[in-house]
Design a protein around this ligand. Sequence first.
Ligand SMILES: [Zn+2]
Length: 825
Amino acid sequence: MRRRQLRIALLAVSALAGSVLVATAPAGAEPAGSTATAGSGRSTLEDQEQVRLVRIHLAGADLLDKVVAAGFDLEHGLKRVPTGIEGEAVVTAAQLTELEAMGVDILGDDEGFAWNEEADGGFQSRRTQTVQPLSHEKTVRVVRADWFTTKGQGFLYVEARTTEGQQADPVVEMQVENDSGRGTSFGFARTMSRFVDSGQYMFHRNLFKLDARPNQIRVTSSTGGVATGDVSNWLEDGAPPLTANPAYKWDFVDGYRHPQQLYSRAEEIARQYPDIAEIVYLPNQTNGYQRNAQATIGGTGQAAVVVSSAAWGHEGGNDITVEFVDRPGANIPLSVEVAGKAVRVLLAKDASGGLASTAAQVAAALESQSQGLIGRAHPYRTNAGTGIVVPTSGPVALTDFLDQKRAGAPEGEVPRGPATIPVLRIGKHRDGKKPGVLIQAQDHAREWVPATTSLESAERLVHNYRSDRETKKIVDNTDVFFILSNNPDGANYSFYNFASQRRNMTNHCPDENADPARRNSWGVDLNRNYRVGSGHDGYAGGSTSCVSDTYQGPAELSEPESKNIIWLVEKYSNIKFMMSVHSNGGQLFWQPGAYIADGRITTPRPPLGDEAFYWQSAARILSQVKAHRQTVVTPENVGGSSDVLYSSAGNVREDLYHTYGIYAFGWEVGGSVYNPATGNWQGGSFQPAWVGDPNLVSGHAETMEYANGIMEMFRVAADWGRDKKDPTSSLVPGGGKYSAPVDVRFETSEPATIYYTTDGSRPTLESPRYAATEFREPGQVFHVTETTTFHWFSVDSAGNIEQNYDPTKNDKRNNYRKATITIKR
Ligand SMILES: [Zn+2]
């Protein structure tokens, strides 16, 4: 492969920039005769050997391990590609030679695999710039320092990074100190926790109680790094919720709802409010609240036989009996008699008149000779079925076990068979022109609060449309799709049979796990069944075991419930927002949501503009949750889901964001709440008492507070749809003459992604994207050592482009932004 030629003009310094904190003094910026006021610290970089950023290709994870073990600095952004792993390395000329000797391919500009345009903006394969992140400084950076209060108690949450964080021996320790307000001194040193995930150092972090809001923090590392940072507010400045208006109608849901109740209420709402609501029926019926009738006959040893009816239990399977019969005589072959629904296995006798049919033989005879009544018969679990089958004491009745209701199950019969899922669509203008928002609840059956939260939100929209101005704005400017339960089969099973059911009810198990004692372990985890970052492609967090609670299914989109979601977003392409509502972790997250464990290679991270938009939206949504009863979703639980929770291979959010460009949030409602009586955080549960302690864990209170958040998500979407205002951006400090190398970064007026060039060319959507210093951090800093001209433009989350520039047309206007940094020594 061709090695690319580099002209080194810039280095991106791994110093933190942006609105929150300054970790190191800006280096070497002395504007010559200008009014710019950048700091006057001396650059520490000029003496260092020049390093360069190269794109690399590795044949596989083994080589990656070898390269990392050899101490190479591989940038984030490693990606699994069909032929191995691609990434970036920051290396000296000597290290580059060493890399090649190890078998690493150095990629040229136009080589390599690219995700689709939605995934990474085409950036990875087309980088032609000479901008070089430098990450060999032994620095500490403050990532976040967030102050929040809940129920009268203040808390500070801090994240900080050291560039030596991956080092294992000795592990680098970090301490955080805080002041007690503006002008006070630092004190109260606390040791921070080192957060390592899948072998990858993430950052150090701490959450602790404080009585007074600090103004600044200072973080020090055991190797001498130090950084200070300003403290920001987290959910402290939210507007009052809609429910603060005395005329606003809310609190409609008075208990848990099983799927039949949810769906019939959805249909009723559509009938009652035809001007603003309708039902869209999803095309794929579920596999059904139904099971084959079964029995395991003869214990669990080699003589045991597992029998399953061909028909569903409710369609005749439950009427079948199976009997193993001994007959007098010798030398009689095995046979099967069928009378009505009674199946009699006449066991074979040997020459001396002894029983002579093995379990394997009986199973085979049942499958072939039961006149179609028995669909499946086999030895128990992994047995070969070599034991001699003994007679039963009489006919054994098969059952689907669905008649056996668990204690405390709701009244009423559950309709057996496949279900059709209705989508409740609410909006004044349902013509595809308003931004669509998909609220998808209860992929996971045992999560009951997401369903009531979604129903409460729908009720609030229709009941307040005519009387509440804010609600009218939502309904007039959005097109909302509620799936109140996306797993009705599993949810019924959770309500009636097995409360802890997570998955749907489809049994994909081979014989060894197909006996009825395994019935609570069957089903597909619907939120592992999608196509992007899936377990089928090697991402972590989905299981290939059909009895695992995270079973990903036999193939991507194998389940009707996941096929339906894809159908919906393809049919209604105005859907631009999605909330996958789960419980009970107290999290709000987005992409990346999955990684390959070996190397912790995530799905592509959203560009900086999307990341900023997600954070801005999250703060709005969670402020409204907090407004109800001071529940705070803490900042450590907000972000990319694989960063704050774990890798969820094949989750729905990953697919909708990367394939369709939908802002796809995931929510874990009903998480920990602070209990001032004990001074501790108290965790939630999947099915908390509906009316529990209203200040702590309560299905009702969680429903009300998280419905506030869903209302705010609608307002986020409405604002997005009406956003026609172009973003503005600037290079800080700006163009001009400087007597020494200068550090520059981009700032934007709102969440926006910047595309830029430094080689004099016209910036396009294929130009490099301005990136974060590292994940969860603001934009990078460029260390400019030679005269450089930046050309750039910014695009906001709604697609508006700065100065109305058209990056797809090389016309005379070319009104992108320009600035030249002239270095005169
Ligand atoms: Zn869930």
